[in-house]
Design a protein. Structure first.
Length: 316
């Protein structure tokens, strides 16, 4: 999965904080319990010395196997003594153990070289939180997409079903989509519903309006990198790119070249993109260079939403 470096860094930081918190809590429990059972501290010190002596055996002993076995027997004896002391004083035998958030990886995020399930879930959560900062992803679900407001409800149901299938069966090389339709017909709603499903499957998503994406990429290109949300590397390499409201951006030579580069690069890399626009196919051909429109028309599967502004209808 191609998450941004920022997402990976946040996940690593959160895992480290989890582990640190678990160790602090374990130390606090030990301090509390050993205050009531002073002998525990002596046992812990003896266990630590046994561990150190096992390490020395591998360096200096002439009979490593026998010496290790002897030290292991000593360790087991001390462990049993500790368990009995805890039980006699009303504590569980694991009362002094570190209570990790994830026992499988002990909050490292990895099991051997494989990323732990908890790490994957953390990456998904961070990706979703990042998107929540700019879009109501939790509100825009397939369940909340109501088709009764559309004049051709059957068509709207087919489009909804097609988008749901796309989200639930998404892969890194799914087809690209372009969603056509006037203002207020649910293009953004469907795009965000897809984004939600794709994130749930463990893939990275970059979502933004055409205006915001192109503005940030232009600022990045000219070295104005403060407060950017979109970076060229993430836009070009994320698992799914969603460009909302294509056609509303301020158009200049840089934006035209940038749009062509995004579309062409992602097609060549077989990475899917979803575009939504208020323009018809003919209007797109009039507005954009043929190199752009020919690739969109030739490579993107079209979805056409028709009707009146749903938000206006709901207010009536």
């Amino acid at each position: 999965m191609s998450y941004s470096q920022d997402v990976y860094s946040k996940a690593t930081e959160m895992l480290e904080r989890r582990k640190e918190r678990s160790n602090i809590e374990a130390q606090a429990r030990f301090d509390e319990i050993s205050a009531k059972i002073p002998e525990l501290e002596n046992i812990q010190n003896q266990l630590a010395r046994v561990g150190l002596n096992i390490s020395k055996v591998f360096l200096y002993s002439n009979d490593k196997q026998a010496d290790v076995e002897k030290l292991m027997d000593e360790s087991l004896r001390l462990q049993e003594k500790k368990k009995k002391l805890l039980a006699d004083n009303g504590y569980s035998e694991d009362a002094l153990n570190v209570k990790y958030h994830c026992d499988a990886c002990k909050d490292t995020g990895f099991i051997q070289s494989r990323r732990c399930k908890c790490h994957n879930e953390l990456l998904k959560d961070i990706e979703r939180e990042n998107l929540l900062k700019i879009a109501p992803i939790d509100e825009c679900t397939f369940d909340s997409f109501k088709t009764e407001y559309y004049p051709d409800r059957e068509r709207a149901e087919r489009i909804k079903s097609s988008c749901l299938k796309y989200a639930t069966q998404f892969t890194a090389h799914s087809k690209s989509l372009i969603i056509y339709g006037g203002t207020g017909l649910g293009k953004t709603h469907l795009s965000l519903a897809i984004a939600n499903g794709v994130i749930n499957r463990g893939f990275s998503v970059v979502y933004g309006t055409a205006q915001n994406i192109f503005t940030d990429l232009q600022n990045e290109a000219f070295g104005r990198t403060d407060n950017l949300r979109y970076y060229e590397r993430a836009v070009l390499n994320c698992n799914l790119l969603i460009i909302d409201d294509l056609g509303t951006e301020f158009k200049n030579s840089y934006v035209s070249a940038c749009l062509y580069n995004i579309i062409n690069s992602r097609i060549l890399a077989k990475l899917p993109t979803i575009i939504s626009t208020n323009f018809t196919t003919v209007e797109l051909q009039d507005k954009y260079d043929q190199r752009v429109t020919s690739r969109i028309i030739g490579e993107y599967s079209p979805l056409f939403l028709t009707g009146k502004d749903i938000r206006y209808i709901k207010r009536q």
